[in-house]
Design a protein around this ligand. Structure first.
Ligand SMILES: NC(=O)c1ccc[n+]([C@@H]2O[C@H](COP(=O)([O-])OP(=O)(O)OC[C@H]3O[C@@H](n4cnc5c(N)ncnc54)[C@H](O)[C@@H]3O)[C@@H](O)[C@H]2O)c1
Length: 382
């Protein structure tokens, strides 16, 4: 069977290990590889790359992956025959590594965001577009079952005219005082590429654009609600990055999106992410896996009266959208598409241009916050 070598840099990190190595590449190996349009299969063959030899050896032993290297400047692996370079390092280290891989002629696939600032993201996208290599950026949320069901409803015209979208994302991330934090400490240091705007707005960019339309403007307020946290070594540090962001975006088609993103909120909803869409003919609320709808015909007619207890249970007015298909891991699905893009030239629209758009929205949101105004998001020129 044909093999495809994949250099996986940053594979000892949270995303690298769990989503990309275990749930995607190793899962695909278990399934006998990726099926191509011709019916033939291609087997991904990972080369683990990281900075920490001990962690790499442990990963290699635990999962039976024999190829690994702790070569920090990537030369030895870029000189080899592996076809794809994948990057899930911390964001600031990504552009240089990706540019080196493009220069070495590797097809490149990487985690979001493409870079920590727009100029660099445009530069990386430009170099990729002018080269012969294929390029892709992780946009996993597009394959969340809840959002796929939402997409189905949109395609069927369920909403009539879509008026507004509300995104509630977040959960309580422990500060590290008393209980360890469940996210890495660099997420809370602006100087290391942290911050919830940098982390989440590149997701919101493609989620909004793919489901509803292009983001045309943004207003945003960021906050560092919790100024001191405790790191992986038990040391207290100053949190210099935003841990919550409150944004309003105007989308193509006169749709208004409101987005609350927070690592300092306790969950009182069905899921860590909820997307509510309201339209003239119906509404829907999607979580990570589920989606429920309320058609115009089933819409109750509430009357405001706080003097008497509410007898109506509003949650009962919603119907669950059935699965009607099997949903596979979102990261794995996108890996399959990228590998088919590389090997069989299938289309793959989630490229570095799309990645740069994510950074553009992130930067525009920072600008809106800094300058306390609504910022227009222009069509991106690469
Ligand atoms: N698609 C998603 O849903 C999603 C979710 C979380 C993170 N991410 C992205 O994935 C990337 C990695 O995030 P993560 O949460 O896995 O981070 P992590 O800290 O768990 O892993 C980071 C990786 O980069 C390496 N690294 C290199 N230089 C480093 C440094 N100076 N400090 C710390 N680590 C360093 C680490 O060894 C590790 O392999 C980020 O770019 C992030 O934006 C994507």
């Amino acid at each position: 069977m044909q093999e495809i070598g994949i250099i996986m840099n940053g594979v000892t990190g949270r995303m690298g290990t769990n989503q990309h190595l275990i749930r995607s590449i190793l899962a695909l190996r278990e399934e006998g590889g990726v099926e191509l349009p011709s019916g033939e299969r291609v087997m991904p063959n990972p080369l683990l790359v990281g900075r920490n030899e001990r962690k790499l050896r442990a990963l290699s032993d635990e999962y039976g992956v024999d190829r690994w290297t702790a070569d920090p400047n990537l030369e030895s692996c870029l000189d080899g025959d592996d076809e794809i370079y994948f990057d899930s390092q911390v964001t600031p280290r990504r552009p240089d590594a990706v540019l080196k891989a493009i220069e070495a002629g590797k097809d490149v696939y990487c985690e979001k965001p493409l870079a920590s600032d727009l100029d660099t993201a445009i530069e990386v996208a430009r170099v990729a577009e002018r080269s012969d290599v294929k390029h892709g950026i992780v946009q996993d949320k597009l394959w969340l079952p809840g959002l796929m069901k939402l997409g189905r409803l949109i395609d069927q015209g369920f909403f009539g005219e879509i008026l507004s979208v509300r995104i509630e994302f977040g959960y309580w991330v422990f500060t590290g005082h008393g209980q360890p934090a469940q996210r890495p400490s660099w997420n809370y240091r602006a100087e290391d590429g942290g911050g919830i705007i940098d982390d989440m707005f590149s997701h919101w960019s493609y989620v909004l654009e793919n489901l509803f339309g292009r983001v045309e403007s943004v207003s945003c307020l960021g906050k560092t609600h919790i100024p001191r946290r405790v790191d992986e070594q038990g040391e207290e540090y100053e949190a210099t990055a935003d841990d919550a962001a409150y944004a309003i975006m105007e989308l193509e088609g006169d749709i208004v999106a409101q987005l609350n993103s927070s690592w300092t909120v306790r969950v009182n909803r069905d899921d860590l992410l909820e997307v509510q869409v309201d339209g003239t003919k119906g509404s829907a609320v999607a979580g990570l896996r589920e989606c429920k709808t309320q058609h115009h015909a089933n819409t109750p007619k509430p009357v405001w009266n706080p003097d008497t207890p509410t007898e109506h249970d509003f949650t009962e007015d919603w119907e669950t959208v059935p699965d009607n298909q099997e949903f596979e891991n979102a990261f794995k699905q996108q890996w399959v598409k990228f590998i088919r893009h590389v090997v069989a030239d299938e289309p793959f629209p989630w490229d570095f241009r799309a990645g740069a758009k994510g950074v553009q929205l992130t930067e525009a949101s920072h600008q809106a916050w800094d300058e306390q105004r609504r910022v227009t998001v222009d069509d991106l020129q690469i």
